[in-house]
Every structure is written in structure tokens, then in C-alpha cells.
Design a protein. Structure first.
Length: 385
């Protein structure tokens, strides 16, 4: 099935396009260098032949990305679980909307979790064009079922770009029967205070048919909470907070994004948990049909936040951070003295990794504690509502 031409610039490659793209990738020296780095035990020609035998994007994922990602789970974490997946109908495509911690791994880990939990398919993944820093990377992610969010267009072009993106998402769900992953906000929540941006929901409602509620329902939204025990990029995020504080107009460079991607992939994560909150459609049906747009989007964003917050998996370190940040023992029942000592040692080891010429240790420590404490505060607030 050929995807409509209007989506050619942003969509994943169709299966019939893959052979030509494979050859372009194989001939690219940068792709070869990357492949030999992540698959050192596989001769390059053998890897190329395996790639050429793949007929669909899913086959590429199952042949290369699935074992590669499980290898990362084995080497760089203490396990990956997907909980409450039975709350969604696996025969129906869904849009999984999650909190956002890591540039690459959030969606990658959820994709393999779906396969491991009987979904039979992975997801198409929304990825910002600011991360596609090399031509081969752009090609590879489109092979890997990613569709592109155009963030580098002008303000004048943004409305048309967002409308096309929305139409594509509706097409992927309704016609291609693909699951979708999208973050609840643009960019990572570097302080872990996860909040859904109304603009994401407004974009989603540009496509589809009927009322705004109808259009959101057509995407089968499923809030999904993601919890890493340890964030490999935590010290980089803290470092960026100080840079933004001290340097007017500071923005990360493509090199910074690359460092964050590499650190997020290969850094230690502890335990990793996705917890599915369940589809939103029944709740959407309870909203008044004449609800003003602004109120509607705010209400939906708040509902997604609540579902994500109350489904966090909290670890001992989260509770330790909450008590250290506020200088209390409010959550002491949730950790032992050994766990507190271990987390404090972890905290110091992260501060030692900061490479700023003038590190503000007290500020950096507060930022790190906030990252680990905010899920506790959000969880408690959501449970009390």
C-alpha cells in the first residue's frame, strides 16, 4: 500500500522503498562505522546481507533493533517491564503518549516491550528533525518506523506542518493500523515534572473527522507512565540548567544532543518500568460536547498528566531525593538506611561527572534531587485527587 504523496517528506519508508534505501545506507561510510561499532561481532558484509533480506520495516526491527535493544537492557539496566498492558485491546492500534526522559530510549524500549507482551507490532515514532543531524541518521530512523516532526520550519510554515503531521497520525492509525508513540511535550522534561503541552493535543485534533473530541478519540490515546530508576543523563541535564542560568540565550548544540543520545543509550538505568494507564476514549465521552476549545484541551492535558503521575513506578532513590530536597523524613518508610546511603553516594558520583569550568555544586545538587523527587510529589498529588 503506497502512502499518499503529501506525507512523503515526513513518513517512514514504505516497504517497496526499502531495498534502494538499504543500498544507500550500506554505501555510506558513516553508517558503516556506526554499524561496526554497535555490531562488532558481526562482519559488515554479513550485516548488509541480513539487511537486504528484510522485506518490511518490522522485519528490520526484529532482525537488528530488537536483539540490539535487549542487549542494551541486559548490559545497561536491571530489567525492563511493561505493566497493565491487558488494559488495552491488542487488536486495535493505539497512540501511546508518555512522559519523556531519554531522547532515544523511551520509544525504543516501549517498542520491544510491546512485542514482548503479545502486541504483534511495534509503533511508529514521532521524532524531531533537530535530532536528525546526519543524512544517514534520517534515513535509518525512517527505516525504523519513525515519522518526522518538523521543528526547524518558519513560524509561517508551522501551522501547515502541524496540520500535515496530524493528518499523517490519523492515517497511520486508521489506514495503516500502526501504533504510534509520541511524547506528552516537545523535548524532555529535564526536571521530571511531567506536564502535557496543550499544543500537542491541538496538533492531534487538526486531523481526523468530526468534533475535537471525535478527533482525539480516533487516535485511541493511551497515557503511559515511564519510570527509570536512574537517568544516565541526569548530570548532563543538571549541567544544562546551570548553563541556561549563567549564559543568556544558551542552547544545546548538535554535539550536545549527540552526547546526550550516546549517554542515554549506553549509561546505567537501573530498573525500567512502563505502566499503561488505559485508553482515554471512555473518559472523553464524558466531556460536554459544547465545551470551549481552550477548556477542553486543558482538561485533556490534565487528565493525561493525572494518569501518568498516578502510574509512576517509584524507587527508593525517588523517596530519598524527596526527603533530602525538603530536609524531612516524610517518606522514610519507603527506603532503608542502606538505600539512602547508596543514593547519596550515587548523587556524589554524578556531581563528579559535571565538566563545567565553574560548577555551582549546591545548585547542581538541588537540580539532581529535584529530578528524582518530582515524580514522588506528582504521584502523591495525583493519588490524593
Amino acid at each position: 500500500m503506497r502512502t499518499p504523496e503529501e506525507f512523503d517528506e515526513i513518513r517512514p519508508y514504505d516497504p517497496e522503498e526499502l531495498p534502494a534505501i538499504f543500498e544507500e545506507l550500506i554505501a555510506d561510510p558513516e553508517f558503516r562505522a556506526a554499524a561496526e561499532q554497535v555490531l562488532p561481532e558481526v562482519p559488515y558484509e554479513e550485516a548488509c546481507n541480513r539487511l537486504r533480506r528484510c522485506r518490511t520495516n518490522l522485519e528490520v526491527q526484529q532482525t537488528f533493533f530488537y536483539p540490539l535493544l535487549h542487549g542494551i537492557v541486559d548490559r545497561c539496566s536491571d530489567g525492563l517491564v511493561l505493566e497493565n498492558s491487558q488494559s488495552v485491546d491488542k487488536r486495535v492500534p493505539h497512540t501511546f503518549i508518555t512522559n519523556h526522559r531519554d531522547i532515544v530510549m523511551d520509544s525504543a524500549f516501549l517498542s520491544i516491550s510491546l512485542l514482548d507482551n503479545g502486541f504483534g507490532n511495534t509503533m511508529e515514532i514521532a521524532i524531531g528533525d533537530n535530532l536528525l543531524i546526519r543524512p544517514w541518521i534520517k534515513k535509518l530512523v525512517r527505516v525504523d518506523k519513525a515519522f518526522i516532526v518538523q521543528r526547524s520550519v518558519s513560524l509561517r510554515q508551522m501551522l501547515a506542518s502541524s496540520a500535515r503531521l496530524s493528518r499523517y497520525m490519523h492515517y497511520a492509525i486508521a489506514t495503516k493500523h500502526e501504533n504510534i508513540w509520541i511524547a506528552q511535550r516537545e523535548g524532555r522534561a529535564k526536571d521530571s515534572n511531567d506536564r502535557t503541552q496543550d499544543s500537542i493535543l491541538k496538533m492531534m485534533a487538526m486531523g481526523g473527522e468530526g468534533s475535537i473530541i471525535d478527533r482525539l478519540k480516533q487516535l485511541n490515546l493511551v497515557p503511559t507512565a515511564l519510570s527509570y530508576e536512574y537517568d544516565p543523563c541526569d548530570y548532563l541535564k543538571a549541567q544544562e540548567f546551570q548553563q541556561k542560568r549563567d549564559i543568556e540565550g544558551f542552547k544545546k548544540s548538535p554535539k550536545d544532543d549527540l552526547v546526550n543520545m550516546q549517554t542515554g543509550i549506553f549509561g546505567y538505568k537501573g530498573r525500567i518500568c512502563f505502566r499503561v494507564a488505559g485508553p482515554l476514549n471512555d473518559w472523553l465521552d464524558t466531556l460536554p460536547a459544547d465545551m470551549p476549545k481552550t477548556e477542553l484541551f486543558t482538561a485533556v492535558a490534565s487528565r493525561i498528566d493525572k494518569e501518568i503521575h498516578r502510574n509512576y513506578k517509584l524507587y527508593a532513590g525517588n523517596y530519598v531525593a524527596a526527603d533530602l530536597l525538603r530536609a524531612t523524613k516524610e517518606f522514610a518508610a519507603h527506603y532503608t538506611s542502606e538505600e539512602k546511603t547508596r543514593f547519596e553516594a550515587y548523587l556524589e558520583s554524578r556531581l563528579e561527572k559535571v565538566t563545567l569550568p565553574n560548577p555551582d555544586t549546591a545548585f547542581l545538587r538541588e537540580r539532581l534531587l529535584t529530578m528524582y523527587a518530582n515524580p514522588v510529589f506528582n504521584y502523591m498529588a495525583a493519588r490524593q485527587e
